[in-house]
Design a protein around this ligand. Structure first.
Ligand code: HEC
Ligand code: HEC
Length: 342
């Protein structure tokens, strides 16, 4: 990037940070098709549940009243309690400050508790997002964008982002502010282990997340340019344990390729991200941190930004960065950003 355009970028960010970033810059965005434009949303990051195999019996929980537990916690919950969207499981009340009502309970009928999907400590899952440690002003702006119809997923069939939209439409700005202040106050710690691998376990999407196939269909297959993010411990993830993270398999060589793009801009292909996302990609003012966050979430956002389904007032700042990226570039960038220390 030239000195003058770098200066322009820094000035723009300083400007949005100084003004609290709201409602300024409403000028319409003209989106030129980017390099990955036209490609369908990749199904391995926009996870849609696999249909049950023909003839499969409906899954019936063995015993909905049996007390369940996770290692290192005294909390006991039943299967029925686990599914309560207005009283989500909190196995580890010690790993976060006391959450506000909207995070712990939400508001019936439409504002599901933020802590259900994003976990009470805001570390989240690949099919949603981590909120811990994001700038409060950024969180508030994203809620406003979703409510205004300026941010939606490029894959409408993926259920969790659609559910998020309904929540943002129903929540109040006071609730947004309370949730934002809370999540911004929780430090984000490393939660995704990035592994370069040519071969990965065969997986299916269940509950919007990849899980290894067990039994007869188990085996391995080539990674084939994808990112596949899966729980470190499927059983604990199914119980929504906020202390059991994820492993992301990425193609061999992608971290180094991503590092070159992120740190230098790849000779005009993109823009060095640290200018806006801060040193070590740890965030700068209201611009969100990227280091150590879910790489499948990151690819979805790069794809959504490039395809204009994410087009809030701050999205134009990302245009030059995403415009020319191919899907392989996005994979490499996300592999690198996820591998950094938060
Ligand atoms: C039903 C599950 C669910 C619940 C409950 C939920 N979210 Fe989300 N949230 C999501 C998903 C899924 C995404 C990612 C959307 C995407 O991939 O674009 C998301 C993304 C977000 C983002 C964007 C994060 C970023 O880095 O840009 C914010 C902010 C957010 N949620 C805030 C909230 C708040 C505040 C609440 C409670 C009022 C809440 N969410 C409740 C599923 C949920
Ligand atoms: C000129 C400033 C600028 C540059 C350069 C920039 N970004 Fe951004 N980025 C932003 C802003 C501002 C947002 C918030 C956009 C919005 O609100 O829709 C953002 C959002 C994002 C998001 C979504 C984060 C989330 O939590 O949802 C990702 C991912 C991202 N940027 C990655 C990158 C990468 C990778 C690069 C470098 C290749 C980069 N950005 C370069 C300003 C920038």
């Amino acid at each position: 990037m030239s000195t003058s355009s770098r200066f322009a970028a820094v000035t723009a960010v300083a400007g949005i940070v100084a003004t609290g970033l709201v409602s300024q810059a409403q000028a319409p965005v003209t989106l030129r098709p980017g390099a990955a434009a036209g490609t369908a949303p990749p199904p391995w990051v926009y996870t849609v549940n696999a249909p049950p195999p023909p003839g499969a019996p409906a899954a019936v929980p063995a015993n909905a009243d049996a007390p369940l537990s996770v290692p290192g916690s005294d909390v006991r919950l039943t299967r029925a309690q686990l599914g309560d969207l207005f009283n989500p499981p909190d196995w580890r009340p010690g790993n976060h400050p006391p959450p506000p009502d909207v995070v712990a309970h939400g508001r019936k009928p439409d504002v599901r508790a933020c802590g259900y999907c994003h976990y009470p400590n805001g570390h989240g899952r690949p099919e949603n997002s981590s909120l811990a440690g994001l700038p409060a002003a950024y969180i508030v702006q994203q809620m406003a964008d979703m409510r205004a119809g300026l941010r939606r997923s490029a894959e409408p069939k993926m259920r969790p982002p659609a559910a998020m939209l309904a929540i943002a439409k129903a929540s109040s700005v006071e609730e947004d502010a309370a949730a934002a202040a809370y999540f911004a106050s929780v430090p984000y710690r490393k939660w995704v282990r990035v592994v370069e691998a040519a071969t990965v376990p065969k997986m299916i999407v269940a509950g919007a997340v990849f899980v290894p196939v067990t039994g007869d269909g188990a085996g391995t297959e080539p990674i084939a340019g994808r990112i596949l993010e899966t729980p470190e411990d499927v059983g604990r993830a199914e119980l929504r344990d906020s202390d059991a993270g994820f492993v992301a398999y990425v193609p061999p060589g992608s971290i180094a390729k991503g590092e070159a793009l992120v740190t230098t801009g790849g000779g005009g292909k993109t823009i060095a991200c640290g200018v806006c996302h801060g040193a070590g990609l740890k965030g700068l003012g209201a611009v969100p941190p990227l280091a150590g966050r879910s790489p499948s979430y990151t690819v979805r956002q790069l794809f959504d930004l490039q395809h204009g389904t994410r087009s809030g007032p701050w999205a134009p700042l990302m245009q030059a960065a995403v415009q020319k990226l191919t899907l392989d570039d996005m994979v490499a960038i996300a592999a690198y950003t996820a591998s950094r220390e938060p």
